[in-house]
Design a protein around this ligand. Structure first.
Ligand SMILES: NC(=O)c1ccc[n+]([C@@H]2O[C@H](COP(=O)([O-])OP(=O)(O)OC[C@H]3O[C@@H](n4cnc5c(N)ncnc54)[C@H](OP(=O)(O)O)[C@@H]3O)[C@@H](O)[C@H]2O)c1
Length: 329
């Protein structure tokens, strides 16, 4: 049997960090070797300091692991779920020390030497690692809604050149971490603002779909909303093409075998729904409502994904897997 690879998890007590721990415990290739929380938890056993909130069950094998300081980590491979300001300080130090750091944080996503990786779309961006001068390397995954929307968009971008993407997002409460948005602000309500999000989404999409050096020339307009859904980000997307494109062509490209394990297409007009379609380890994105717009140049669809899995923890684990296959090729 293949020996599993040990991974250190930074920010393992947070919303994303707990999901990383839970998913690594189910993974055939990796296990949790070390972990960190904030400084107040250092020296404490993970099992006694953690307030476990993830929908996946607590993996008993991590109970006695002692929370470390990030700079005491010894494992070569690290998944970071640190807040961006901490990531900005700590991740480059760890790369300098020779670690491979796969980060969920936004701190280095737009750095031209750092891959903003969705392996199913832009695995070739790992070539950027050759431009990083440190012994270790830094790889990032996109913002949670970008990770989901980019996978939904990928097949549609194959249908022809796009004049304009317009996207309206409905983003779950857990996207803001824990405790996140106060319950009295969000329950029975929709908040049409998430700080910084409407700028990040177009920039990150352009980087993901560009070549490693040059962002793609994509015109993207975004409006974001925080909605009282526990987990699951949805994006309603309208694409205006240069030429006429029909629903049948879109449905055909979505059937491509390369999307089999990544995208689930729904024909039921009431789907996808976060409450019905997202399992707590759901890596697939769900596409529905593929329809023609007001003229033959416009297609519309919705895409839904688990923000903590496909949008964060699961994405980082796939990035580590992609890195290992890149260096072993
Ligand atoms: N939530 C999402 O859907 C999502 C999706 C994609 C990316 N991200 C990104 O992933 C990262 C984590 O997000 P989250 O939602 O998991 O946040 P969170 O629930 O607030 O968790 C933050 C984690 O970082 C630790 N931490 C906080 N301050 C620290 C410090 N000064 N030094 C060291 N560790 C510190 C916390 O430890 P304690 O528990 O000890 O405080 C906790 O483990 C963020 O960069 C976020 O932008 C989040």
């Amino acid at each position: 049997m293949m020996q599993k690879i040990g991974v250190a998890v930074l920010g393992a007590t947070g919303t994303v960090g707990q999901k990383v721990v839970a998913l690594l415990a189910q993974d055939p290739h990796f296990y949790v070797a070390e972990l960190t929380g904030s400084a107040s938890r250092e020296g404490k056993p993970y099992g006694s300091t953690i307030d476990w909130r993830d929908d996946l069950s607590f993996p008993e094998e991590v109970r006695t692991l002692i929370c470390k300081s990030p700079l005491d980590i010894e494992s070569p491979y690290i998944i970071s779920a640190l807040p961006a300001d901490e990531a900005l300080k700590i991740e480059p130090m760890l790369a300098q020390k020779g670690h491979i750091v796969v980060s969920n944080a936004s701190a280095f996503r737009m750095d031209p030497k750092v891959p903003l990786l969705v392996p199913e779309i832009n695995a070739h961006h790992l070539d950027l690692l050759y431009s990083q001068e440190t012994q270790g390397k830094l790889i990032t995954n996109p913002n949670c809604v970008v990770a989901i929307a980019s996978l939904g968009l990928a097949p549609f971008l194959k249908l022809g050149s796009i004049k304009h993407i317009h996207m309206v997002t409905l983003q779950a409460a857990s996207g803001a971490g824990y405790p996140g948005v106060p319950s009295l602000d969000l329950l029975g309500n929709t908040i049409p603002y998430i700080a910084g999000e409407e700028d990040k989404i177009p920039q990150e999409l352009r980087k993901i779909f560009g070549d490693p050096i040059h962002p793609m020339d994509l015109k993207v307009s975004v409006q974001v909303n925080r909605v009282p859904v526990r987990h699951g980000h949805m994006a309603s997307i309208q694409l205006t093409y240069e030429k006429a494109v029909h629903v049948e062509e879109a449905l055909e490209v979505l059937q491509d075998s390369s999307y089999k394990n990544i995208i689930k297409v729904h024909k039921d007009p009431t789907r996808p729904q976060a409450a019905l379609d997202l399992k707590p380890n759901e890596m697939r994105v769900h596409i529905g409502r593929v329809s023609q717009g007001e003229d033959a140049h416009i297609l519309r669809f919705v895409v839904l994904g688990h923000n903590l899995v496909r949008g964060a923890a699961g994405a980082a684990i796939e990035n580590l897997r992609a890195y290992l296959s890149f260096i072993n090729d």
